[in-house]
Write a protein that binds this ligand. Structure first.
Ligand code: KE4
Length: 430
């Protein structure tokens, strides 16, 4: 019996393979990290997804964090239904884009101006261009294992040895696009200081996931984010917090509110679109007003500020204004992780876990994980076995050991119990 999706998933996946590269519209969905046939989903409701074979699975991916209110939340459904009746795109300003921008500027103190785009990648790409224009510098410093979308300058890997020139991490990325990106180890401030020393005053910005959610889940060491803020400020570079994942996921004003850091620019995505294609980037007015047409830095988008996406995003954020919502999300994340850790302990399985707000992560490893170098040595085979065991038991985890798990306000005590029973049965088989 093949692992993963059922018969109808397999049929649809095989049809997809004939017309879509790899049968998917985003690589991680292809189950390459865990093997087996991807699950094709028909619909979602609350904390669950129903696949095309009628299986109801507890969802811990939640569209990679976007669906923080759960699938098909009644308020979003009714607001979107109403908005759609008025048309779906005008290519002109609409009331909800102003309201959503006002909301973000109100709840994220570092943001005085925000520009809507249609993906996290687009938000990051634009923020990088803006930081280069604002500082008149060209180099960007990122961290190994942090993912910021697929713009050329972000698809790089560290140069070998002392060479600080990065190398393309994908065919099609020209060396010229890669060599202005520097790569340091996450949680290693000395490495950042060294790169600033080596590159003098040519670093435009440091971009970081304040909580790294694209290599499992790694929290910043005490002082790491503060150190980045000091280094960038002292050296005339901008600090970009990529909060595409953490924005409105880990707290009412994202990771910057949680850790008390004021970045110069922030990128957003996922939650702010309520499941529709939305990204955004924002920051101080004196920086953001460099963006066309207020300033000379060009960026544009046919569907930026789309009225339906804005309505879905605004409705979502309006349900996230009470800090108690995040306290409840975090306590639910801990309940899930504690259940997982207990079952692993009972089964004698080495597991590392971490929680921040409505997201959590785990590694099958004896050692603690504070960087990519430590994450990549986790037991990937064991993860794949656990993934498929949990799928068989009715729980849909991210199909890669280098992703984070996401919950929603629809995940309640019964979901924790369901998860614990599944984890208990599967851990014993590892
Ligand atoms: P999108 O272009 O996929 O909307 O956003 C790119 C992006 C930027 N920054 C961060 C911190 C992100 O996590 C992402 C996208 N996250 C992945 C999940 N690991 C999206 C899932 C996928 O690629 O299919």
């Amino acid at each position: 019996m093949s692992r993963g999706g059922g018969t109808s998933s397999r049929v649809l996946y095989e049809r997809g393979l004939r017309v879509i590269p790899g049968g998917v519209n985003s690589p991680v969905r292809a189950f390459r990290a865990v093997g087996g046939v991807p699950v094709v989903f028909e619909r979602g409701e609350g904390a669950y997804l129903i696949d095309v074979d009628g299986r109801r699975l507890l969802d811990l991916v939640m569209s990679w964090g976007a669906m923080i209110l759960g699938h098909a939340h009644p308020a979003i459904v009714s607001e979107v239904e109403a908005a759609v009746r008025g048309g779906t795109s005008f290519g002109a300003p609409c009331p909800d884009e102003v309201k959503l921008a006002e909301h973000i500027c109100k709840v994220v103190p570092s943001v005085e101006r925000v520009r809507m785009v249609s993906s996290g990648t687009e938000a990051v790409m634009s923020a990088i261009r803006l930081s280069r224009a604002y500082t008149h510098r060209s180099k960007i410093l990122k961290f190994k294992g942090c993912y910021h979308g697929h713009a050329d300058s972000m698809l790089v890997r560290a140069g070998s040895g002392v060479a600080t020139l990065s190398l393309p991490d994908s065919p099609g990325v020209p060396p010229g696009a890669a060599e202005d990106t520097l790569v340091a180890q996450f949680n290693n401030l000395d490495a950042v200081a060294d790169l600033f020393d080596e590159n003098q005053d040519n670093i435009a910005a440091v971009i970081v996931e304040p909580v790294a959610g694209n290599m499992g889940l790694i929290t910043p060491n005490h002082g790491f984010l503060e150190g980045l803020q000091s280094l960038t400020s002292e050296r005339g570079a901008l600090l970009i917090f990529d909060e595409v994942m953490t924005g409105f996921r880990v707290g009412p004003s994202g990771a910057q509110g949680l850790y008390g850091i004021t970045p110069d620019l922030t990128t957003f995505g996922k939650v702010i679109g309520g499941g529709f294609p939305v990204g955004a980037f924002g920051g101080r007015a004196e920086i953001m007003d460099q963006m066309a047409p207020a300033g000379p830095v060009y960026q544009a988008g046919t569907l930026s500020g789309n009225p339906i996406a804005m309505r879905a995003g605004l409705t979502t954020l309006e349900h996230l204004t009470d800090p108690a919502v995040y306290e409840a999300l975090e306590s639910r994340s801990y309940a899930l992780v504690d259940a997982l850790a207990n079952e692993a302990k009972n089964a004698g399985v080495a597991l590392q876990t971490s929680v921040v707000g409505g997201m959590f992560g785990f590694y099958f490893a004896e050692h603690t994980v504070n960087s990519w170098e430590e994450a990549e040595t986790c037991d990937r085979e064991r993860f794949a076995s656990f993934f498929h065991g949990m799928l068989e038991a009715g729980v849909y985890l991210p199909p890669s050991p280098f992703e984070a798990c996401f919950i929603s306000t629809a995940h309640g005590d019964s979901e924790v119990e369901y998860f614990q029973i599944a984890a208990g049965s599967v851990m014993k088989t590892l």
